[in-house]
Design a protein around this ligand. Structure first.
Ligand SMILES: Cc1cc2nc3c(=O)[nH]c(=O)nc-3n(C[C@H](O)[C@H](O)[C@H](O)COP(=O)(O)OP(=O)(O)OC[C@H]3O[C@@H](n4cnc5c(N)ncnc54)[C@H](O)[C@@H]3O)c2cc1C
Length: 276
């Protein structure tokens, strides 16, 4: 049997120093990803683990008029227990569909965003909402968009030897919300993906628009989102078809998921938006 060295730091700074001094060490928050994929009686752990779940600095919540800020080790159940109306829609509904109660009791928002195997369920929503993450190493701290957790090829990415410490979610209201979970329920894997579109419609025109399809990789065309701004909801069908065509062709170039599924969902989404 292999033994693992498990570090349980008492402060965030101590956790960051351990990360800095131990290449390849695995960060563990709730641990649901590491444990959830193992079905043997004995669970195997990596050689080195740094457990951050109990760090008080990573469990604080703050709310202002503009944003909700939560520590990265806030559990999904912790998020659901915030007073009604605190979480911008549709986060409450989405979190309620993640795993089961046991998973939500230990799984954290940071762990959901930092999986390097797959984009988990909160990532596309928080990326569409322009949520910010605080990224810390032993020497640096900076804020970045959640979208930066995808690299140029669209794969999950986190700078080495860093931790996500806080997540800042803007309290913005979207009056067009469309999302679809594709593939089997439960722990996301190769055949699962999420289609998310959030838009703000004002006076019959598109005022804000975000569309992300994520799973093993992430797909988004920011330029096309900009092109949609100011469009009327009664935009002629031919023009809407033109935009759909650009999306379809761009997605076909990425080809990490069945294009027919993406195209059908895209049509359903646009059909709802431009007929409302
Ligand atoms: C049965 C089952 C069903 C599930 N169903 C779903 C589902 O429907 N939807 C879904 O999205 N997920 C699902 N999951 C996956 C997982 O439980 C959640 O995504 C959960 O939020 C992960 O949080 P965690 O704290 O347990 O992460 P961990 O397992 O502790 O960590 C996940 C990854 O993130 C890294 N990490 C964690 N925190 C940080 C941090 N602060 N900074 C840097 N890196 C960090 C870890 O090193 C690891 O690589 C399921 C899991 C199980 C076991």
């Amino acid at each position: 049997m292999r033994s693992s060295e498990i570090h349980v730091p008492k402060t965030l700074q101590e956790a960051l120093s351990i990360l800095e001094g131990n290449s390849g060490i695995q960060v563990l928050a709730g641990g649901s990803e590491l444990v959830g994929g193992q079905y043997e009686r004995l669970i195997s752990f990596p050689e080195g683990i740094v457990s951050i779940a109990k760090l008080r600095e990573l469990r604080k919540t703050q709310r202002t008029e503009q944003f909700l800020e939560v520590g990265a080790c806030t559990t999904l159940t912790g998020l659901l227990s915030l007073p009604k109306g605190t979480l911008p829609s549709p986060l409450r509904e989405v979190i309620g569909t993640i795993g089961n109660l046991g998973v939500r009791n230990i799984g954290t928002i940071g762990g959901n965003l930092c999986s390097m195997q797959h984009f988990m369920d909160l990532w596309p929503f928080l990326a569409c909402m322009d949520a910010q993450i605080e990224i810390k190493s032993s020497t640096l701290a900076r804020w970045a968009s959640v979208y930066h957790l995808a690299d140029e090829s669209g794969s999950p990415f986190l700078p080495p030897k860093t931790l996500i410490t806080r997540v800042r979610i803007p309290l913005v209201f979207y009056n067009f919300v469309f999302y679809k979970k594709i593939g089997p329920l439960g722990l996301p894997g190769d055949s699962s993906a999420l289609f998310v579109c959030l838009a703000s419609i004002k006076h019959g025109k598109v005022d804000a628009f975000r569309l992300i399809f994520s799973g093993a990789k992430a797909f988004r065309i920011k330029d096309l989102e900009m092109m949609l701004l100011g469009r009327k909801l009664d935009t002629p069908i031919k023009e809407v078809q033109g935009i759909l065509q650009i999306y379809r062709q761009a997605f076909a170039r990425h080809a990490w998921y069945d294009g027919r599924v993406f195209n059908n969902t895209l049509e359903e989404c646009f059909g709802r938006m431009f007929s409302s």
